[in-house]
Design a protein around this ligand. Structure first.
Ligand code: NDP
Length: 288
């Protein structure tokens, strides 16, 4: 058996087109333009690439994009003052502070300075609590993208056994909350989990969000399972760098469906950021 490849790139492209149509409708019907502000502190090269890409895709969807840069040496108070200005700006519906922040800043305190309704990353403690209690929240983009791919493949997820490997606040935990809300039976695994391979073999849905290239092996997969590979790992071979996920390529011989890396979960993350910005705009104007 060879797994069906879940084409996250195509799915994300279709989602971005749908969002662009809805943005145009919102503008025509209500004169509203969703606006996303992205704040970058310092000059981390990877962050620069992400921020540029977010700006380009925001504009391509017909939304307003506001880029803000602060030097590496900026104080936390300066950053919070900028966030407070953006909180009060009616043209800004979503605020994203690009992580990681410089070491002298307390990322949790910075995130919690963002107005929860504008927290399009879904990292604010209020949104974490709302998601955990099954209420209307801003949902973190990467797990939201994974859920969309799973719903597209399975329709109902009710009663399925889901194993989430990884318990970070940005991927593993919110992913588990979303699957629980879909009535999956959810197990969260982490670095101290015993018999991880055994546990994974019981999963109808296996989410790998670890950051270890090829850690999930072929014989960890239940035949026919859907495997979502969140991992993004840069590995070097013969002087060339390439991207690989957390799931070994041979898993495709056993799984029913699998997200490739690259081209699986990755493209869904920015598309979901745009979806969250549109949602934030609608909610700000009582339209959702
Ligand atoms: P973190 O480093 O924050 O969390 C990794 C998790 O993996 C931790 O919970 C850790 O356990 C667990 N872990 C580490 N080693 C093992 C092991 N040997 N066995 C079982 N569990 C283990 O990473 P993130 O959640 O931020 O990201 C995970 C991966 O997803 C990374 O590759 C990242 O690049 C990628 N990513 C991809 C995105 C996308 O858009 N596609 C977006 C965000 C992340 P413990 O808690 O015990 O330490």
């Amino acid at each position: 058996m060879s797994a069906a490849m879940i084409d996250g790139k195509a799915f994300a492209g279709a989602l971005r087109e749908k969002i662009a149509r809805e943005v145009a409708e919102l503008k025509a019907a209500h004169g509203l333009v969703p606006g996303l502000a992205v704040v970058l502190v310092g000059q981390d090269p990877a962050s620069e690439v992400y921020v540029r890409s977010k700006g380009t895709q925001t504009r391509a969807a017909g939304m307003a994009s506001f880029g803000h840069r602060l030097p590496e040496t900026a104080s936390q108070a300066e950053l919070v003052a900028l966030i407070e200005r953006l909180n009060a700006d009616p043209a800004v519906h979503g605020i994203l502070v690009q992580l990681p922040l410089p070491g002298h800043m307390d990322a949790a305190a910075v995130i919690d300075a963002i107005a929860p309704a504008k927290d399009v990353d879904g990292f604010h403690i209020s949104n974490v609590g709302l998601l955990g209690t099954g209420q209307k929240a801003m949902v973190p983009c990467t797990p939201l993208g994974c859920l969309m791919l799973l719903r597209d493949r399975h329709g109902s997820l009710s009663g399925l056994n889901a194993v989430v490997v990884g318990r970070s606040n940005i991927v593993g935990k919110p992913m588990a909350q979303l699957l629980l809300a879909e009535d999956c039976t959810v197990t969260i695994a982490h670095s101290r989990t015993k018999d991880l391979a055994d546990l994974c073999r019981r999963a109808d849905i296996l989410i790998a969000a670890v950051g270890r290239p090829g850690m999930v092996k072929r014989d960890w997969i239940k035949p026919g399972a859907t495997v979502i590979d969140v991992g993004i790992n840069h590995v070097e071979r013969d002087g060339n760098f390439r991207l690989v996920g957390d799931v070994d390529a041979a898993a495709a011989e056993v799984a029913g469906a699998l997200t490739p890396v690259p081209g699986g979960v990755g493209p869904m993350t920015i598309a979901c950021l745009l979806a969250n910005t549109l949602t934030a705009c609608r909610r700000a104007h009582g339209l959702a």
